[in-house]
Design a protein around this ligand. Structure first.
Ligand SMILES: [Zn+2]
Ligand SMILES: [Zn+2]
Length: 271
């Protein structure tokens, strides 16, 4: 029986010959059900019409992105550390070429995901590389396909590898997580942010929303908390959820400046 995958968000559901009646991830106001209704695919159909493209973003960091675009369209990032490779965020397609390339690079030590919109087919990636998936426990209700590889972490931070902590920022989801890579940007530090910090079009600021597709803002205390949580951390670059979306320099300052401006606008000051 094939695994059913939601075409709008890429989430995989338990094996069944028929698609599930609904996708709770898409029915939540932070995602959306397409106007024509929910469509479904299977791993085989997905692989027959799509490929993954790779790009090196800097030494030790690769982007993996599906073409043509599928689901929400996010990229996964492959981070090379002294303790093994970490997959940051996930995508639905793990094709033979991607698997072979990853094995050539040493496989996966761990998977970590910013929030439920990118859980996609994490279970299959984890099984293929015999590695755990680290998810914040606050979002456990959004796992649509339980798996023994999933490890819930609690609290505000957890170390994935030496110099690679996960930080809970909350916001878009209560367990919204980013990854701090101390060795990134030639030792000046980088944040892999998913859409917990959304790298904006001018590539010099970030934004924060409760719902991206439905354009619903985050409340001021949540934005303030994100900025305060990141204030002690050093980072030059921010790698966002989508190809091309990275703040190349001044990342820590960009977060503080963007958060201050966001709160100013929420409070009615558009001048
Ligand atoms: Zn969905
Ligand atoms: Zn999201």
């Amino acid at each position: 029986m094939p695994i059913q995958i939601c075409c709008a968000c890429g989430t995989s559901y338990p094996d069944a010959s028929e698609p599930p009646p609904r996708c709770p991830i898409c029915e939540d106001e932070r995602q959306f059900v397409p106007p024509g209704g929910q469509l479904w695919t299977t791993p085989e159909k997905l692989a027959s019409g799509h490929v993954n493209a790779w790009r090196q973003l800097e030494r030790g960091l690769f982007e993996i992105h599906t073409h043509p675009g599928f689901g929400i369209g996010q990229r996964a990032l492959l981070l090379q550390t002294s303790q093994g490779n970490i997959l940051w965020d996930c995508i639905a397609l793990l094709d033979d070429a991607t698997e072979a390339l990853l094995r050539g690079l040493g496989g996966l030590h761990a998977i970590a995901i910013s929030h439920p919109h990118y859980y996609t087919r994490m279970q299959y990636w984890a099984r293929s590389f015999d590695c755990p998936v680290h998810l914040h426990a606050a979002d456990a209700d959004w796992i649509m396909r339980p798996d023994p590889a999933i490890r819930h972490w609690h609290g505000e931070t957890v170390e994935l590898a030496h110099g690679v902590p996960l930080l809970r920022l909350g916001g878009h989801f209560p367990g919204g997580t980013v990854l701090h890579w101390g060795d990134g940007a030639e030792g000046r530090g980088a944040i892999l942010s998913g859409d917990i910090l959304q790298v904006a079009a001018d590539l010099s600021r970030v934004s924060f929303l409760w719902s991206y597709p439905n354009m619903m803002p985050l409340a001021a205390p949540a934005v303030r908390r994100i900025a305060d949580t990141l204030a002690p951390w050093k980072f030059e670059r921010i790698y966002g959820a989508f190809p091309g979306r990275q703040v190349k320099a001044g990342g820590a300052h960009a977060v503080q400046r963007s958060a201050a401006r966001y709160i100013e606008l929420l409070e009615g000051n558009q001048a």
